[in-house]
Write a protein that binds this ligand. Structure first.
Ligand SMILES: [Zn+2]
Length: 146
């Protein structure tokens, strides 16, 4: 949720660009449609507003860079944390092909339907993290079930 919010803030500089464009257009309109000394008074006032908008735009750009870095860091740390939690909860877990947590628990091993006689087995797993079932080929002549 928090990450989603941070991403919407990233759209700010586009707004600032729009404001600067509008202020520039306003300046052009003042030049075109007013007479001195009104022209100078309005343009001086507008110049201050443009300066403020530019400073704001630069500040927002810096914030955007900071936020982008923070989003990347948070996403990396969340993934790392998820892996560590899964590893802690299921220390001997197999890597789940769906959620990639080390939380796959071997439920049973059967001989491979075709290559069983050649010593190949199929391991049937259930992921303790995402709950999905999966299987994979296992070499070696053994057979368990539970
Ligand atoms: Zn999983």
């Amino acid at each position: 949720m928090r990450i989603q919010c941070a991403r919407s803030i990233v759209a700010w500089p586009q707004h600032s660009m729009n404001i600067l464009t509008h202020l520039q257009e306003l300046d052009d309109l003042i030049v075109k449609h007013t007479q001195p000394p009104v022209t100078t008074i309005l343009r001086n006032k507008l110049a201050f507003a443009i300066e403020q908008a530019q400073a704001h735009s630069a500040a927002v750009e810096r914030q955007e860079k900071t936020l982008a870095t923070q989003i990347e860091t948070i996403e990396r740390l969340m993934k790392q944390n998820q892996e560590l939690v899964a590893k802690y909860e299921h220390p001997d877990g197999d890597r789940c092909p769906f959620c990639h947590a080390l939380a796959g628990r071997l439920k049973r091993i059967n001989p491979h339907p075709a290559l069983g006689p050649a010593g190949l087995n199929v391991g049937y797993y259930k992921c303790q993290h995402c709950g999905k079932d999966y299987d994979k080929n296992l070499a070696g002549p053994r057979s368990i079930s539970n």
